[in-house]
Design a binder for this molecule. Structure first.
Ligand code: DC
Length: 218
């Protein structure tokens, strides 16, 4: 039986996580937050103080790590049995994830872990290369973006709500730097899959984005 897959790719902070989670809930499908897999590996690498240019050592950490995802109200992620949910959203984690995600050897090790999420009755997969590399045969593909200023503002609000100190100018700089690295890397760069629906959510509500995607897939 073929399992329908909806891929939602786009740059950091475009709202992919929120939109994908809500869509998965409405459709009754599974949800893959592929960024959290790269982020979990980043946490493992930082914990073990592995140098970010030691590719073999990072590959070994990636191969050895076991990840558990529990979908309660929020996604709970366990790395080798330890709850790492609180560290997932840190800027340091995201920036390290973006650096190790440039390594083709790492992407190869993490490919199957992501494809294993494709289970009946369907999957919503969010990331950078879901529609281009991980699920190229997906039935429905979306590219979700927003201006870097809007994305930095949303991130600023999220961090403030969590009581984490943040600086809007620094966040905008980080987001632009991460965009550049994600778009310009040689392997599986962030790009729009052919046939994908393009959505710029800068001035859209979450509900409006959800409606547009549901109209597209129906
Ligand atoms: O979506 P995110 O911000 O949680 O992802 C963190 C980093 O992981 C992102 O900057 C690049 C990398 N990533 C990737 O290369 N491919 C994916 N499918 C998802 C994330």
């Amino acid at each position: 039986m073929s399992v329908p897959v909806l891929t939602i790719d786009g740059p950091s902070g475009a709202g992919k996580g929120t939109i994908s989670r809500l869509l998965a809930k409405q459709l009754g499908w599974h949800y893959l937050d592929s960024g959290s897999i790269y982020r979990s590996l980043a946490i493992a690498v930082l914990k073990q103080a592995v140098a970010l240019d030691d590719v073999d050592a990072i590959v070994n950490v990636a191969k050895a790590m076991t990840l558990g995802f529990e979908c309660a109200d929020e996604l709970v992620v366990k790395l080798n049995g330890e709850d790492i949910t609180a560290q997932l959203g840190l800027e340091k984690t995201g920036n390290t994830a973006s650096i190790i995600a440039t390594l083709p050897e790492i992407r190869a090790v993490l490919l199957q872990k992501q494809q294993d999420f494709k289970q009946p009755p369907g999957l919503v997969a969010d990331g950078r290369d879901m529609g281009t590399v991980v699920f190229p045969d997906a039935a429905h593909k979306v590219f979700l973006t927003a201006s870097s200023i809007k994305r930095a503002e949303r991130r600023y609000k999220q961090l403030k709500e969590k009581g984490i100190d943040a600086n809007l100018i620094g966040l905008t700089k980080d987001i632009e730097e991460r965009d550049r690295r994600d778009r310009e890397r040689a392997t599986a760069p962030l790009s729009m899959a052919s046939g994908a629906l393009f959505i710029d959510s800068s001035d859209m509500t979450i509900d409006a984005v959800i409606t547009q995607v549901l109209d597209f897939i129906r």
